[in-house]
Design a protein around this ligand. Sequence first.
Ligand code: IPE
Ligand code: IPE
Ligand code: MG
Length: 246
Amino acid sequence: MEKQDYSEEYLKTLNIPEHVAVIMDGNGRWAEAKGEPRTYGHTVGSEVVEEMVEIASDLGIKFFTVYAFSTENWKRSEGEVSVLFFLFSVYLKKLIDKSKKNNVRCRIIGDKTMLDDELNAVIDELEDSTKDNTGLTFLIAINYGGRDEITRAVKKVFGEVKKGDLSIDDITEDVLTDHLDTKDIPDPDLLIRTGGEQRISNFLLWQCAYSEFYYCDTCWPDFDRDELIKAVEWYNKRDRRFGGVK
Ligand code: IPE
Ligand code: IPE
Ligand code: MG
């Protein structure tokens, strides 16, 4: 894509979505098209994530969520899965210092019980050391599945009912929302999927009830600032009615 020259004045006229979520797809195909192993796509993809966090923050996005590993991605070869987890470990360690510097608050969503102790320790340090940061909130979905998240939330709610802390009549949408991994995070306004596919692949099923879905053919390793702005421009053309009439 030809580089655009977006002026600061122009960007100020855009309605910036508060929460942008991204299904970062196409790493493997991008690498294979270059005659490289799929894992090369993941390596470059993780560098793009690093850049995108800063770009999203500069644009004024308040919440940025990326889908890094789904509950279904364990079906991949052992080699690919182990490279992905190696990259998560390297990336999250780096993110500790970077987030302190950039005032970014980080949270990992997904079932962390399946991750090893070492990675959990890095996650704890990252979340704890950035929890009071007041800039962009950055969520990374690792071993995340929307159905799994809802199932875990239902179990937690049921546990409270069983203990007598909650009655069945008190269960509302807000109660369910408060038991999800995304507790206290507003729903995504804009959901971007790169890599040409147009499906949700078990991402944020509850939270995307009224998100605007933007698809692009660009594979994640080629995604850049211009592509993100293009998605925001598209978002600006949407008329969000939330079931009402305008
Ligand atoms: C997305 O890229 C990254 C993860 C799912 C971890 P893919 O690895 O799915 O790349 P494609 O879709 O096979 O090209
Ligand atoms: C979705 O991509 C998961 C992540 C980006 C982490 P997939 O590549 O796993 O999705 P499908 O298999 O094409 O639906
Ligand atoms: Mg894929």
